[in-house]
Design a protein around this ligand. Sequence first.
Ligand code: GLN
Length: 311
Amino acid sequence: MIKQDIINTVQTYEEAFDWGQKYLVHYGIENSYMEAFWLLTAYRSGRNDIHSFNDLILHREKAMTIDHRDVYHRMIRERARRRPLAYILGYQEFMGMKFYVNRDVLIPRQETELLVEAATRKFNVLDKLKILDIGAGSGNIGISLAAHFPMAYVVATDISERALLVAQSNADYLQKSGQMTFWREDLIFAMDFNEKGAQNSDRNRNLLWNSFDVIVSNPPYIQSREIDSLQEEVQSEPRIALDGGPDGLRMIRRIVCEGPKFLKRGGWLFLEIGHDQGNQVYELMQKAQFNSIEIRKDYAHLDRIAIGKNG
Ligand code: GLN
């Protein structure tokens, strides 16, 4: 049995690491060794000596400061309560960059790198692309594309104001703001433009018709009834970023149907999809007159990416 107050007897980095790891194992955290290490490095202070495994070996017998010990203790306990590691650390790596994350955004996933890579392979690095990232969340997709294509311009939308704040601060931090605009929109803005008319004319949205070379999105695609049975960690992510309605396809359907209006002729749609949605999305894209449609698989050989060319 792990006593919660055992940390009070911990003095050195090595003892802390050992305690943290055992604590996480006790609470069933799978990757306890690495996670305890990351959490040990996470204390942002000049008085934290541990930034790498080498540091841990070098300083293993050194005493930690009380402050560091307290912060580490708190983080380990949060993790044992299944708070996602990325929310505790405050960042997630994606395409080799660090993205700040909090509870307002989905934590970027490794599979989504396949979506970004699919888009980067279709064009030349210096192409002046106009890219629309729908449901930007932390901004990981749009910012990665802005980084890959220095001449590209990215419009990133999200329905959540708070998510957009995160995306914007990531764009600032990663110095991509100059290539990007952030709009608070319900999926695809000009659909609303059409209905509401001049209301949104300040942004000249009518100029957006048929103007994008690329639409990219990792929309919510999980069936509503499945969400409650997902891992506890996933449940602390924003539901709105996960819930794709009764059949999981609500947002995908809208993007596929409305997307062609915003794409240039010959423009491309890149979508992340659920592991069992390949056939349905293929059909939806066919109906919407996409060409060169492809469904690609992820590392686990499950359907994950849908690609199609407009017209
Ligand atoms: N674009 C973000 C990501 O891929 C957020 C997606 C979402 O909120 N569904 O992680």
